[in-house]
Structure formats: structure tokens, C-alpha cells
Design a protein around this ligand. Structure first.
Ligand code: APR
Ligand code: PHB
Length: 393
């Protein structure tokens, strides 16, 4: 068995693992990243694309923000559409100067891969049977298989950055975990197409036929979504059926302006809120999707992964460079406090914008009142904007 030693063993090479790895790398803290798939597979995943200021700041801190600064689109606001009209939420004005950056998660991940390569960070891909071991002890280790050989990494800490289906959370005894979950009774059908976006800001639309979202990846690439049934199959949605349904859910002037074309990616994602507490067990920490999932309404998933990384990095930095455990001991509590606020926000956005099959006449009236309140009250808009650009760390 090959045996290696590092300070922090990171399981998972998604945005959480790569960002944490880079911050540690830059601070001179030794780390190894393991993933069960390879780089190309990871870069093939299509995910959301709205970055909070804090996430952009972490990319800068990682030294991986060069391309993002050039190619990312700064958005000063977005539209909420309902009842045939659209209402602009002016983030810049409502938050006194804040905005968001539209830059695909795939691109952010690619930049982090490149940076890790440039700075000589060690990653091991296409591994199997990864197991975090003895993390209730001061000498944890991780075992895995690569090319039929067994390997072992001895470390001080294990960062579980291995997503919702990863091994890290599952390695913790069930009795030590408390989980909270809500599954929503619908999905999002998303397409990518090389057509210019319908307008230069995002549109979140509430419609009696269901939710719709107009987003983008660049001035020539659009990302559109419509609410669909949980059991819908991608194959049964032709491009024409998708565009027709999207147009029906948008105010007429936008539906008429929308350019359509062949999609080159089409997928259905379920919507769920999930939190597993705490986010630390001895020397094992859970980070990002390994600890929590939010529905995509409001684009908080990646941004929450980034704030977890921020808190964990601060803890590890103080541990290694300041000889203090205080920040590391506070990780789970600090991260969860912010996680729950984003869980609340994305649940609220989801509830306000979607059609629920079980919705009663009363529920419908409350939803409309919620939307009218936002459209008419600057204070309500300010709260929406404050959450959308991202609450402070
Ligand atoms: N062993 C090793 N690696 C694993 C294992 C395992 N048993 N299980 C999962 N992984 C890897 C996956 O292959 C994946 O590359 O962990 C990585 C987890 O990455 P993500 O799922 O992208 O999770 P995270 O890095 O926390 O990113 C959160 O991604 O899912 C979106 O909406 C979410 O935007 C948010 C962000
Ligand atoms: C996206 O561009 O994929 C996106 C944007 C905003 C969201 C969700 C997804 O709220």
C-alpha cells in the first residue's frame, strides 16, 4: 500500500475542494485533493452562474480571478416578471453599490484547475473506494484505490468537499447528525443555446403555467429554465416545445424579443433544501453540497460553498499559522448561521415564484400579495437585494 502524508486531505474536486485547496496552497499549507472522476468529467457539469461579491473576492484571494474579471458580466440588477409586467430590482441602488457577477460555475472551476496546476498543487483523480478513517481521533487518514492499488493518506484534517452524494457525510455515524429537508414537487428543465440573451439582465418570472428564468453565460450564450413536473423526461421535451412554453410564461414584449435556436444542453434538475448539522466531527469537516443543498432559485449553491470555504480556510490558517484553534472550533457554527439564511432565502424565492400543485386559492392570493409588496415597496426590494447580492461573511 502506498502511504502519503499531508496536512489537509480534501475529498472532492468541485468548486469547494478546488477553492479550499488553492487558499491553503497560497498560505503554504500542504494539501492533497482526491476525486472519483477526472477533470473533463467535472468540467462537463453545467451548473448555475451568478457569483456574489464574496465569492469573487475568494477567487481573487485564490489568485484565480484573471479571466473572470475580463469575461464575467457585472449585473447591477434583475427583473421580476409577473401579471404580464416586469419590475426591475436595482441591486446597485438598493444595496448602495453592490452587484453580482454572471460567470458560469464551469468557467470558475476551469480557472481553479489551471491555478492549481500552475502552483503545483497535488490532485489525484479517478480514485475509488475513498474512505475517511479515524477522524474522531487525532490521527485521521483517508484510504482509497487507484489503478487497482490501495493507498493511504495520513493527515491532520479531512475536508469533505465531495458533494451531496459523497462519502464524507455518510462516514459520520447517523446518531451524530441531524438533517433537515424539504423536497419541492417540481423540477427545472434547463437549456443552453448559442443565442443572445433576451435582455442584458436576468428575468425571474412567476406565471400561472409555472416559473421561468432567463439567464445567460455570455452576450452570445443563453441559459433558460422552466419549471416542469418532477417526473418529466428530458427526451419528451423538444426544443420547440421548450421555447413555446418559455415564451408563454414571459411578458409579451419579452416573449416577442426572444431569439431561439437549437439547444446544445438540456437537463432536468430536482429542487430540494437540505441541511446536515453539525459541519464538523472531530477532524472531519463537511463543506458545500456535502453539508447542504438549496434549490437554484436565487443561485445560492455555489456561493454557500464559497462561504463555507472562507470560514474553514480562516480556521485552518489560524491553526497552522497563528497556533490558535479558536477559529477552527467555530467553523460549524459560523458556517451554519450563514447557510440557514441562504436556505431561508432560496426557499422563499422558490415559494414565491413557482406554481405548487397543492396550492389553494388562499396560497395563490398570498403569493400574489408577496409579489405586489415587492413591486411596490422599496424596503421589501432592499431586503430581496441584500440577500441576492449575498449577506456578509
Ligand atoms: N470520492 C471522491 N470524490 C467524490 C466522491 C467520493 N466518494 N463523491 C463525490 N466526489 C466528488 C465529485 O466527483 C465531485 O467532483 O466530489 C466533487 C463534489 O463537487 P460538487 O458536487 O460540485 O460540490 P461542491 O464542490 O460542494 O460545489 C457546490 O456545486 O452542486 C453545485 O449547486 C452546487 O454550486 C454548488 C456547488
Ligand atoms: C444560471 O444562470 O444557471 C442561474 C442563474 C440564476 C439562478 C439559477 C441559475 O437563480
Amino acid at each position: 500500500m502506498g502511504s502519503i502524508r499531508t496536512q489537509v486531505c480534501i475529498i472532492g474536486s468541485g468548486p469547494s475542494g478546488l477553492l479550499l485547496g488553492q487558499l491553503l496552497q497560497n498560505a503554504g499549507i500542504d494539501n492533497i485533493i482526491l476525486d472519483r472522476v477526472d477533470e473533463d468529467y467535472i468540467l462537463g457539469r453545467v451548473r448555475a452562474g451568478v457569483l456574489e461579491t464574496g465569492t469573487c473576492g475568494l477567487m481573487k484571494q485564490a489568485g484565480a480571478d484573471g479571466r473572470m474579471k475580463k469575461e464575467g458580466l457585472i449585473h447591477h440588477g434583475f427583473d421580476l416578471a409577473f401579471g404580464g409586467n416586469s419590475h426591475n430590482i436595482n441591486l446597485l441602488k438598493l444595496t448602495r453599490g453592490q452587484s453580482v457577477m454572471v460567470y458560469g460555475q464551469t468557467e470558475l472551476t476551469r480557472d481553479l484547475f489551471d491555478k492549481r496546476r500552475q502552483t503545483g498543487g497535488q490532485s489525484i483523480y479517478s480514485v475509488s473506494a475513498v474512505e475517511p478513517r479515524d477522524f474522531d481521533n487525532i490521527k485521521p487518514f483517508v484510504t482509497f484505490k487507484k489503478d487497482g492499488q490501495n493507498h493511504r493518506i495520513d493527515c491532520d484534517f479531512i475536508a469533505g468537499c465531495d458533494g451531496f452524494h459523497g462519502v464524507s457525510r455518510q462516514a459520520v455515524p447517523e446518531s451524530a447528525l441531524k438533517t433537515y429537508e424539504r423536497v419541492y414537487p417540481f423540477g427545472w428543465l434547463g437549456v443552453l443555446a448559442d443565442v443572445p440573451p433576451v435582455q442584458d439582465e436576468l428575468i425571474y418570472a412567476n406565471h400561472e403555467r409555472g416559473f421561468a428564468l432567463c439567464s445567460m453565460r455570455s452576450p452570445t450564450r443563453s441559459r433558460y429554465y422552466i419549471q416542469c413536473n418532477s417526473d418529466d423526461k428530458v427526451e419528451s421535451w423538444t426544443d420547440d416545445a421548450f421555447w413555446d412554453e418559455l415564451r408563454r410564461r414571459l411578458p409579451v414584449h419579452l416573449a416577442e424579443a426572444m431569439k431561439t435556436g437549437p439547444s446544445f444542453e438540456k437537463s432536468i434538475a430536482p429542487l430540494r433544501s437540505f441541511v446536515s448539522e453539525p459541519m464538523r466531527f472531530g477532524s472531519l469537516f463537511t463543506v458545500g453540497d456535502a453539508a447542504h443543498i438549496v434549490p437554484p432559485t436565487g443561485a445560492k449553491g455555489l456561493n454557500l460553498a464559497a462561504s463555507d470555504v472562507h470560514y474553514l480556510f480562516e480556521g485552518l490558517r489560524d491553526y497552522y499559522l497563528e497556533n490558535s484553534k479558536i477559529t477552527l472550533d467555530a467553523y460549524s457554527e459560523r458556517a451554519l448561521m450563514r447557510v440557514w439564511k441562504a436556505v431561508r432565502f432560496s426557499w422563499w424565492m422558490t415559494t414565491m415564484l413557482h406554481r405548487f400543485p397543492s396550492s389553494t386559492g388562499f396560497d395563490q392570493k398570498i403569493q400574489t400579495a408577496d409579489l405586489n409588496y415587492i413591486a411596490q415597496s422599496e424596503l421589501a426590494q432592499a431586503s430581496l437585494a441584500e440577500n441576492y447580492v449575498g449577506l456578509p461573511y
